[in-house]
Ligand binder design. Structure first.
Ligand SMILES: [Zn+2]
Length: 363
């Protein structure tokens, strides 16, 4: 095998070291990493993040701890509207710098493929700004990114849900399609926050169908706070994935299974999720085991191959197989379970993170 053949970042062989060494001549190895006594796991896949934003809201956490309700915070000028306002005002460079830092935190915690949503602009101009920031990260960073247009994350002030849906279908989506063709943005998925008082089932259907018509995968927030029959809608539209589903019905679960639509469960609350990058997926897996009664192998599958499936990327990501992308995590323990078991200990455990065959983090 020639050196050029191993530079595509894909996994070439898996097996005992002596057999692999016989298969490849010494000069094909650019770097050898001794993993004696260690574990190699697939790179982690984070199937739901909102990592592009401006506007610090740590004071709201203090307010919540002191007993403030969602509405108190909203009336004090906080909540999503605050983030939207700050994100609209931020420059593209400012957004990129903070986004890049969040991505680096995720990478150090073992994430090699991450879904990233827009959705703090709500107007076309800012949604596009966020998507350009995501496109820049796709070009410049080693982590793989699945980009999601989430312009229907909330109903913008001054519009009804029906008017917002109309604006998205008539103006946002055709622009995305045109900019996708010219390469300015690269969007994989379409998302809507389908919820009582936000986007009802009809508006959700209209937006998702519009996204599907321009070639996007459907991957949306549903059945989170109220039962909305979002799972049934997702199955009807052949959605790739639906997130949350705390209030899904039994019929909805059956419909998801028949349609092979992935359920993306979020063991952290929506609030904590915005800090998920800093928290790190190993901690989220731990919470999945404790709070959602998953076994450790189930949590690992959920954070690797199944999350990759939710993004339509399980053919290249999510497991260690010949021909898949060379994304993996080396941990300093002979038992992989420690990555989940040692809550908050992943910084110490993770020795090395490799994406597309290149070391992107080394302790
Ligand atoms: Zn979300």
């Amino acid at each position: 095998m020639k050196k050029a053949d191993i530079e595509d970042g894909l996994i070439k062989a898996i097996g005992p070291a002596d057999i692999i060494q016989r298969q490849f001549s010494e000069e094909t190895f650019e770097e050898k990493i001794d993993c004696s006594g260690k574990c190699i796991l697939p790179g982690l896949v984070d199937a739901h993040t909102h990592p592009v934003w401006a506007g610090e809201r740590v004071h709201e956490f203090a307010m919540k701890l002191a007993g403030a309700s969602y509405m108190d915070i909203h009336q004090a000028g906080g909540g999503i509207n605050f983030t939207v306002e700050c994100t609209r005002q931020a420059s593209e460079d400012e957004l990129f710098d903070s986004f890049q830092q969040r991505l680096q935190c995720m990478m150090r915690a073992g994430t090699t493929l991450v879904e990233c949503k827009s959705g703090y602009g709500l107007n076309l101009q800012t949604e596009l700004k966020m998507l350009r920031v995501i496109a820049r990260a796709q070009r410049e960073l080693e982590v793989s990114i699945s980009a999601t247009y989430c312009g229907a994350h909330s109903v913008p002030r001054g519009k009804t849900a029906t008017e917002a849906a109309e604006d998205i279908v008539k103006h946002h989506l055709p622009t995305l399609k045109a900019l996708g063709s010219s390469g300015e943005v690269h969007v994989d998925n379409i998302d809507v926050f389908c919820e009582k008082g936000v986007f009802d089932l009809d508006s959700t259907r209209r937006i998702l169908q519009g996204g599907k018509d321009i070639g996007l995968q459907i991957n949306f927030h549903g059945d989170e706070l109220h039962p909305m029959k979002a799972a049934e809608l997702g199955a009807e539209l052949s959605a790739q994935a639906i997130s949350h589903l705390e209030e899904v019905s039994d019929e909805g679960i059956a419909a998801l299974a028949t349609a092979k639509c992935a359920a993306v469960l979020l063991p952290t609350t929506a609030y904590m999720l915005r800090y998920g990058g800093e928290m790190g997926q190993p901690m989220v897996m731990h919470l999945a085991c404790v709070n959602m009664k998953m076994s450790m192998p189930e949590a690992l599958a959920a954070a690797t191959i199944n999350a990759a499936y939710a993004l339509g990327k399980s053919h290249m990501h999510g497991s260690l197989e010949v021909g898949k992308q060379g994304d993996f995590v080396i941990i300093n323990s002979s038992r992989w379970e420690h990555l989940i078991y040692q809550f908050g200990g992943h910084h110490e455990l993770i020795d090395c993170v490799i994406a597309k065959g290149k070391v992107i983090y080394k302790k």
